[in-house]
Design a protein around this ligand. Structure first.
Ligand SMILES: CC(C)(COP(=O)(O)OP(=O)(O)OC[C@H]1O[C@@H](n2cnc3c(N)ncnc32)[C@H](O)[C@@H]1OP(=O)(O)O)[C@@H](O)C(=O)NCCC(=O)NCCS
Length: 167
């Protein structure tokens, strides 16, 4: 049986048409193609992944940076047609595992305060709120800043969720 992590591979130039199309369909203020090209263009900090489905092609992707001892998660998205199948969890787990292997200490990200699915996903992986950025997004919405420790003791399911973010 196929697992959510099957087809999870590094993002390639050849994936960009599909990734950009997904991004446009998912986000109100999508990254443009150039932004993804920069992630792939030998950027030393960048780590980008896709999930390829044998029938549908690229159905999910994630972009992150390894910088100054931290994993900065910039983007995780799953096609609306493929949600609630564990792909978001598989991508996040891959980012976190790689960061742990690289010896990074903490994962950090920003998320819209109304993004309940993403907040639930991050809470289940031990992310907690470390701050709120007022009017962070160009439409005026606030962001929670969430962080998770990458120390081995903090790994694994069952870690407590966000303090305020998921409420
Ligand atoms: C957030 C997102 C990446 C989750 O991807 P997904 O593949 O659907 O998530 P998964 O199936 O791996 O779900 C993992 C966990 O996340 C939580 N979750 C995911 N979707 C949820 C929803 N709609 N409502 C509540 N919890 C949800 C649950 O805890 C879930 O575990 P469960 O299925 O055992 O209950 C997806 O909804 C998405 O692409 N949203 C639009 C883009 C976005 O907002 N990205 C995050 C930007 S910070």
């Amino acid at each position: 049986m196929r697992s959510p992590a099957d087809g999870l591979e590094p993002m390639l130039e050849a994936d960009l048409d599909a990734v950009v199309e997904l991004e446009r369909g998912i986000f109100r203020h999508p990254w443009n193609r150039r932004a993804f090209e920069r992630e792939l263009g030998g950027h030393p900090l960048s780590r980008s992944w896709v999930v390829r489905d044998p029938q549908a092609g690229v159905v999910a992707y994630a972009c992150a940076w390894h910088v100054a001892g931290e994993l900065l998660i910039n983007n995780i998205a799953v096609a609306a047609t493929h949600r609630r199948r564990g792909l978001g969890r598989a991508l996040l787990a891959r980012l976190l595992d790689d960061a742990r292997r690289a010896g990074l200490e903490r994962a950090v990200l920003e998320v819209r305060v109304t993004n309940a699915p993403a907040l639930a996903l991050y809470a289940a992986h031990g992310f907690r709120s470390i701050g709120r950025r007022r009017r962070y997004y160009s439409d005026g919405e606030d962001a929670w800043v969430l962080a998770a420790s990458l120390s081995p003791a903090a790994a694994g399911p069952g870690a407590p969720g966000t303090d305020g973010a998921a409420s």
